[in-house]
Design a protein around this ligand. Sequence first.
Ligand code: FMN
Length: 211
Amino acid sequence: MSRVTPQTNAVIECILSRNAAKYYDPAATLSDDQIRELVRIGTSAPTSFHLQNWRFIAVRTAEAKARLSPIAWNQPAITDAAVTFIVCGQLADSSVIPDRLAPLVEAGVMPAEMVPEWEIPARNLYMDYPQRQRDEAVRSGTFGAAAMIYAARSLGLGSTPMIGFDAEAVHHQFGLGEHEVPVMLLSVGTERPGNWPQKPRRPVADVLDLV
Ligand SMILES: Cc1cc2nc3c(=O)[nH]c(=O)nc-3n(C[C@H](O)[C@H](O)[C@H](O)COP(=O)(O)O)c2cc1C
């Protein structure tokens, strides 16, 4: 395979040039339409059986930020970034599959008789396995967040994934359902000077097994 250089490919350049921001311009906002567009892009990420088991709470007003900040270690990104998403994963539940696949059938992507062929194995995989249900919630939320992180980067915006928050307090304060897990917080906005440069990575030889 020929070596792909970042300069020749905008997507790879976007991936390779990202870093996590700490400092944001507190005066820079995003419109609700821009926030919606980021989430729309996030929801293009893949999910198991097309479950789309996620929800995104966009914390963007001063009032909502003031509720989130003290239960998120008072991290500066919460108050300063234009928006912080509470990325919620939903416990994998195969009973939603007919509803989630209906638009595919409608659009002619999938034949109707194939729906049970997805629902039944999903039921067998998740129904009696709470840990798998939760793993899938975290996986889906993470994929969605990742898509939003790179979309933000491509739009010239910084982003910060954050696990530094009190999950129970966030659950209660922002009305998450019993079946919802706050997977991470994700701040997005215009960066201001002072953020660290990119961090070196472990060598590929240390993290890759070719078998
Ligand atoms: C799951 C996850 C949780 C993180 N939590 C926080 C956090 O609470 N606060 C923070 O400032 N950075 C947080 N980070 C950012 C990491 O510190 C950062 O991604 C890592 O040091 C690598 O740096 P880079 O993203 O700039 O390449 C988190 C990153 C991930 C993926």
